[in-house]
Design a protein around this ligand. Structure first.
Ligand SMILES: Cc1cc2nc3c(=O)[nH]c(=O)nc-3n(C[C@H](O)[C@H](O)[C@H](O)COP(=O)(O)OP(=O)(O)OC[C@H]3O[C@@H](n4cnc5c(N)ncnc54)[C@H](O)[C@@H]3O)c2cc1C
Length: 401
């Protein structure tokens, strides 16, 4: 975009990476996105192209074969990719979260084994907290791991795995009673297991079934699945970080960077909606002039652009805070909340500007209209973000009376 959503202070390397990704989005994603989305088709060619560009290893340290870039670079790339097609950013996102969790919490052996494969895009990550009975309330997880010699036996059902079918490594959060006696706080008796599997559907490893794709209103192309563990045996050296009982903290750390990422997606989708709205408004005539010349439409464009600008600034701030080594849960929660709400509003305004044509599948805005709501839910709903923001504010502004 010529004027909006600029980021100041980027290095030459960051600018070069972003220009390359943007060019790829304009040439390889935008022209095919809507057609593939309508067919619910996995964008294999796009994924192969992103692999070649090194996007799957963007934040993985150079010593493990990645580009060793910052969260900011990653988030700005995600913004560009989501501007092209949100589903593609979803394919990268869970991979990025798992790689980040390995980098932060993995044992040396786990890092050396998984990260080079993940940087090359050969091993592809998914992460799994949600279950049929819970999403927001992670502490209520019922899936269980029980120790049996040098292995753990996992049982339970998981829900809503983005990339559940295409991934080959799933970070699965389960309750593990071993070493954590009855009465231990729920978040201290959870463990993340690194579960390798074949891609595809059906029994992808003995004791592990991926039943099939969930049929969704939008966010198509990327597969979202359930995961069923029935006596799944995982060696003890595949406990993330080597110690049980740390899973809740590891996952929350992963979700925190994931929130910046979802904010970036909201920015990208909102930018595309603005581009579509401002372009259509100058082509469509009513009452003898382009609708862009009616003040009501100009006001809409002004509101949309202001929201695009504000969301981008919040997202960049949250990413930079994390990159500086500081705690960023407040900023990430605010960025995710604001960017996803604004995204929905900007998309709705662009849809209205399109009049009846916005309802036609021939127009790209129809796809964006079905995609934007997912951002209100994924990586914690708006209500959950407000709970996090509220708690942190009360910590920061504790009444001293
Ligand atoms: C397309 C898609 C992809 C997903 N991908 C993944 C994935 O890869 N991995 C994964 O683990 N999960 C994934 N999820 C799950 C997602 O994280 C959850 O859907 C989300 O956290 C909400 O949980 P829930 O659906 O169980 O809603 P619930 O937790 O049942 O919430 C229902 C409603 O109640 C509100 N609510 C809940 N608790 C409170 C409270 N204390 N106060 C006020 N309001 C409250 C919520 O905000 C929401 O409006 C995905 C979901 C979707 C739709």
């Amino acid at each position: 975009m010529a004027r909006l959503a600029q980021t100041h202070g980027l290095t030459d390397v960051q600018q070069e990476i972003l220009a390359t990704v943007r060019d790829f989005v304009d040439k390889e994603i935008i022209p095919v996105a809507t057609e593939l989305e309508h067919r619910d088709e996995y964008p294999q060619q796009i994924v192969d192209g992103l692999k070649e560009l090194g996007v799957f290893g963007l934040m993985i340290p150079e010593e493990y074969g990645g580009l060793g870039e910052s969260l900011l670079t990653y988030a700005l790339c995600v913004e560009e990719i989501a501007r092209g097609w949100m589903s593609v950013s979803g394919i990268i996102n869970t991979h990025f979260i798992v790689a980040y969790m390995l980098k932060q919490h993995g044992t040396q052996e786990q890092k050396e084994y998984f990260l080079p494969r993940m940087a090359a895009g050969e091993t592809r990550g998914a992460f799994s907290m949600s279950e049929p009975g819970l999403g927001s309330d992670v502490s209520a997880i019922t899936s269980k791991a029980v120790k049996d010699g040098d292995e753990y036996v996992l049982n339970g059902q998981k829900m809503w795995l983005t990339n559940g079918g295409t991934s080959t490594l799933v970070a699965v959060l389960v309750r593990s009673d071993e070493g954590h006696p009855e009465g231990t706080a729920p978040h201290k008796s959870m463990t993340t297991f690194l579960v390798e599997k074949e891609p595809g559907f059906g029994e992808v490893r003995p004791g592990l079934t991926i039943p099939g794709k969930i049929d969704k209103m939008g966010y198509k192309g990327v597969d979202t699945t359930e995961l069923i563990m029935d006596g799944l045996r995982i060696p003890a050296n595949r406990v993330l970080g080597g110690t049980t009982g740390r899973g809740f903290y590891q996952m929350m750390d992963g979700v925190e960077v994931g929130r910046v990422n979802v904010a970036a997606r909201g920015c990208g989708v909102a930018q595309r909606a603005f581009e579509l709205g401002v372009s259509y408004a100058q082509q469509r005539h009513t009452f003898g002039k382009p609708i862009a010349e009616h003040q009501a439409i100009q006001f809409k464009l002004a509101e949309m652009a202001t929201k695009v600008e504000a969301a981008h600034a919040m997202m960049v701030n949250a990413a930079r805070k994390k990159d500086s080594g500081e705690r960023n849960d407040l900023e990430a929660g605010m960025a995710k909340y604001l960017a996803s709400e604004y995204c929905k509003e900007v998309v709705e305004d662009a849809f209205r500007i399109h009049g009846g044509y916005g309802f036609s599948k021939e127009y790209e805005i129809e796809r964006l209209y079905r995609e934007a709501p997912m951002l209100l839910i994924g990586e914690g709903t708006a209500e959950i973000q407000k709970m996090i923001i509220g708690r942190r504010l009360l910590e920061e502004y504790r009444f001293q009376g």
